[in-house]
Write a protein that binds this ligand. Structure first.
Ligand SMILES: [Zn+2]
Length: 114
C-alpha cells in the first residue's frame, strides 16, 4: 500500500477519532445536565432520546474508526476483511473506515446485516 495514502488515511482516522470523542463527551454532559434539570418532563424525555440517538450514531462510527486504526496497526489496513483483496485507494480516501472492497460491501449490504 502506498505510504502517502496510508499517511493521509491515518491522519483522517486520527482526526475523526478526536472529533467523535469530543462529540460523545458533549452528549454525555448534555444528557447529565438534562437529567439534572427536568421541569418539562415530556420535553426532557424527547431531548434525552435525541441525544441518545446521536450518541449511538457517534459510538457506532467511533467503533469503525477504532477498528480501522487497529487494522492499520496490524498492517492489514486496506485489505478487504471478507476476501482479503485490496480495497481501492479512492475508496479508502473517500471512506477511510472501509473494511471491505466494493464487491464485498455490496454483497454484505444485500445480505442485510449492516
Ligand atoms: Zn472483498
Amino acid at each position: 500500500m502506498d505510504a502517502n495514502l496510508l499517511a493521509r488515511t491515518a491522519q483522517a482516522l486520527a482526526r475523526r477519532e478526536a472529533e467523535l470523542r469530543l462529540e460523545l463527551a458533549a452528549h454525555h454532559d448534555a444528557i447529565s445536565h438534562e437529567v439534572d434539570t427536568f421541569e418539562d418532563l415530556a420535553g426532557h424525555d424527547r431531548e434525552v432520546a435525541l441525544l441518545e440517538a446521536l450518541d449511538h450514531r457517534a459510538s457506532d462510527e467511533l467503533r469503525l474508526v477504532l477498528a480501522a486504526r487497529r487494522r492499520m496497526h496490524l498492517g492489514t489496513y486496506g485489505d478487504c476483511i471478507e476476501c482479503g483483496g485490496p480495497i481501492a485507494d479512492e475508496r479508502l480516501l473517500a471512506v477511510p473506515t472501509a473494511a471491505r472492497c466494493k464487491a464485498c460491501e455490496q454483497r454484505h449490504k444485500a445480505a442485510g446485516d449492516g
